[in-house]
Design a protein around this ligand. Structure first.
Ligand code: ATP
Ligand code: MG
Length: 728
């Protein structure tokens, strides 16, 4: 076969081609960012289907997000046609497991119509448990308990396996057991359950396992470095017999250990599959040489990593811009101004991404973008599906699917306000407890025994009737029709549209939800609810909108943009203060920066602020630049024509950046003459304060705010008749 001209291979390099066409067996493609791992994986699937006689229904491909799965399916459809890929399983681990569990529910003593509990639901349940167990919620924070439960599940530890060393552990184990009971009573599973229950199922039921082994004879995984113990167990169980497992990974991009990801899975893979073939990809197609050099210099400082060779033919490129702002506000202004400038130069909004470590950092950026009239979309923080009105409507729908879901019941029993107080509800929950049944069943039995007499109580009767009707209508109605009915029955429109702008936008959201449903006519309620529950932050990224993307570094995985701003590169943010005590965690923070930098194709901006107000304090505190910035090479930050002067830099080990009192100096640029916050005196404009300093190549540009109505001026520091005033 003429492999060089095969249409599936012609747009690949030699290493990629070898990886795509390698014989079936356990394969690891280990390579740096932008080297085409995802592309190779996609082409491998196409190759297997078209050249290796593999049937599409024997393939399971796992991606990190639903969005990545959608894109991969689209590419495959283009390459092979929809007919070839329709029966192929392609999705995240969670979506795949959700499907398996739905099918195998009976083998697990699970209702086939189980619902997935999201993090809010989980918190509601855990709070109740903390209260029920009479625990102090300051010492035993529900969120902390949930984290412990989540880690346990990701390690496949059941409540009885939970290792108890301290009293706290004992509380966790008890809360965990109680939590599982509650989910079970509500016919609910949380995200981690999806994985754990699937792994358990495969472990305990040989018949089921052998069925899935035959079904998913070939398994392929993207972003393998971020799989956790439970996911690895599932992969191993599925593939250990037929031994067709194809994974792509980059240890340097492992950034989810806080969610149980364990890059030692790569080591396990080698042990479990000794015949593993490893392929390396070394050419980067995403970034310019300068960006790549900068990123390599950062990651090279991590201990215990395998050095990787990466090159690109995009030599040179724009220098990386390092920018110090006065505070987070000024930083946001800088990003907005610079973005505007790039837009004028021909970039589209969608070419630009602004990334940060924590969700809270988006606020200053958002406000500024609104002021600058820059369209943006925010990934994360205000997730569509976590808005109150959306959660309300979903809770009604969930009750129509399963009225015994106590969490949803409690959420909406008094929404819109029906005048149901805690005394009335107390009666229902006492009834439920006495009869060991759900709140809904408790309510029904009260209604039947005529136990609800007062006016407030009769409202509950109406509520019960309403729920009952929805349950009855569920099969006959389409989901859109059911939504309309629910909105009418509950008077939800007049409740949300209270005449305020927020009210209008809440109602628009409800209508947007209805529109989402209408896009898939004929979808069953249960399927819709499952799909919604599995939507992750990045999945909400609609590609058609032309807007600047604001997102956390964690959600930037696998994505690429012509222009990237990485903001808040300060000690305490990146590395995050939570991780500063542990070298392992600092190494992960460094990888996070590396992931961010390697998203950039042409232009990369690194910004930090001299002061920042955070952790909810109004007054800002001085901050120091991230220690990671020290490792940036001069070359990456300089204009190319300045390179010959590079040798002039004093050699010697990098000094740690100064304490917050003295302005830190970066060895990556010439000595700055000014710093943000500094008072200066200008020959014409008089006294002012420096609000921004930045280097363009070796030139220091200083922006000063003058008083007396002069306003903001920008100077080249060496040229302006201006001098610093002594601090006092
Ligand atoms: P990451 O580690 O960030 O997930 P990756 O290794 O998965 O990156 P891809 O996203 O597959 O890399 O590829 C990076 C970019 O390079 C994409 O835009 C892809 O289309 C392009 N690319 C990959 N291989 C080639 C090639 N042989 N020729 C041209 N472009 C390529
Ligand atoms: Mg990728």
């Amino acid at each position: 076969m003429e492999t060089n001209t095969h249409p599936l291979l012609s747009i690949l390099n030699t290493q990629q081609r070898a990886a795509v066409t390698t014989p079936i067996g356990p394969v690891l493609v280990l390579a740096g960012p932008g080297s085409g791992k995802t592309r190779v994986l996609t082409h491998r699937i196409a190759w297997m289907l078209s050249e290796m006689d593999v049937a599409p229904w024997h393939v399971l491909a796992v991606t990190f997000t639903n969005k990545a799965a959608r894109e991969m399916r689209q590419r495959l459809n283009v390459m092979l046609g929809d007919a070839r890929t329709g029966s192929m399983a392609l999705g995240t681990f969670h979506a795949t497991c959700a499907r398996i569990l739905r099918r195998e529910a009976e083998n697990l003593g699970l209702s086939p119509s189980y619902l997935i509990f999201d993090s809010d639901d989980q918190l509601t349940v855990m709070k109740q448990i903390v209260a029920d167990l009479g625990l102090d919620d300051k010492r035993y924070r529900p969120r902390a308990l949930l984290n412990a439960v989540s880690s346990a599940k990701n390690e496949l530890l059941s409540p009885t396996d939970y290792p108890v060393r301290t009293y706290y552990d004992e509380i966790v184990a008890r809360a965990y057991a109680r939590y599982q009971e509650t989910l079970h009573q509500n016919d609910g599973l949380d995200f981690d359950d999806l994985l754990m229950k699937t792994a358990r199922l495969f472990e305990t039921d040989a018949e089921v396992l052998s069925r899935y082994r035959d079904r998913y004879r070939h398994v392929l995984v993207d972003e393998f470095q971020d799989t956790n113990v439970a996911q690895y167990a599932i992969l191993k169980q599925l593939t250990h017999k037929h031994r067709s497992l194809y994974v792509v990974a980059d240890e340097d991009q492992s950034i989810y250990s806080w969610r149980g990801a364990d890059y030692r899975n790569i080591v396990r893979l080698r042990q479990d599959f000794p015949e593993l073939q490893t392929h390396l990809l070394e050419e980067n197609y995403r970034s310019t040489q300068i960006i790549l050099d900068g990123a390599q210099a950062i990651i090279a400082r991590n201990p215990d990593r395998t050095p990787k060779h990466l090159f690109t033919d995009k030599q040179g490129g724009h220098p990386i811009v390092l920018h110090e702002a006065y505070d987070e506000q000024e930083e946001a202004d800088y990003v907005a101004r610079e973005a505007t400038r790039l837009l004028r130069a021909g970039y589209r909004h969608g070419d630009i991404a602004v990334m940060y470590r924590t969700n809270a950092q988006s606020r200053a950026l958002e406000e500024t973008f609104i002021r600058h009239n820059l369209p943006y979309r925010l990934i994360g923080a205000t997730r569509f599906y976590s808005r109150k009105e959306i959660k309300d409507v979903l809770a009604f729908l969930r009750l129509a699917q399963n009225p015994d879901d106590d969490v949803s019941f409690m959420r909406v029993v008094n929404v819109p306000p029906r005048g149901i107080g805690s005394t009335t509800l107390g009666k229902v929950s006492a009834q439920a407890q006495n009869h060991q049944c759900s709140l809904y069943q408790g309510l029904l039995s009260l209604v039947e025994s005529d136990g609800l007499r007062s006016r407030a109580e009769r409202v509950l009767t109406a509520f019960a009737t309403m729920l009952h009707q929805w349950v009855e209508l569920r099969e006959a109605y389409s989901v859109t029709r059911l939504i309309d009915r629910i909105l009418a029955d509950t008077g939800y429109e007049s409740y949300t549209r209270d005449g305020s702008d927020q009210g209008e936008s809440r109602w628009e959201n409800v209508m947007a939800l209805r529109a989402v449903v209408a896009e898939t006519p004929g979808i069953a309620l249960l399927d819709f609810l499952t799909e919604v529950a599995l939507v992750a932050d990045v999945d909400e990224l609609a590609d058609e909108v032309d807007a600047v993307t604001l997102l956390t570094l964690h959600s930037a995985k696998g994505l690429e943009y012509p222009v990237v701003f990485l903001t808040g590169l300060e000690e305490g943010l990146l590395p995050h203060s939570r991780s500063m005590d542990s070298p392992m965690e600092v190494a992960e923070e460094r990888r996070l920066l590396y992931v961010g930098m390697t998203r950039a194709e042409q232009r990369l901006y690194l910004t930090y602020a001299f002061r920042r107000s955070w952790r909810g304090y109004r007054d800002s505190e001085p901050s120091s630049p991230s220690r990671f910035l020290e490792d940036l090479p001069d070359e990456a930050l300089k204009q190319p024509e300045d390179q010959k002067r590079r040798a002039a830099r004093p050699s010697g080990a990098a000094k740690p950046w100064g304490a917050e009192s003295s302005r830190p100096e970066t060895r990556a640029r010439p000595e700055p003459q000014y710093r943000s916050g500094q008072r200066v005196k200008h020959a014409f404009y008089g006294e002012g304060m420096v609000i921004e300093c930045e280097f363009e190549g070796r030139n220091e540009m200083v922006t000063v705010l003058f008083s007396n109505g002069v306003g903001v001026k920008k100077f080249l520091s060496g040229m302006a008749p201006m001098e610093p005033l002594a601090d006092h």
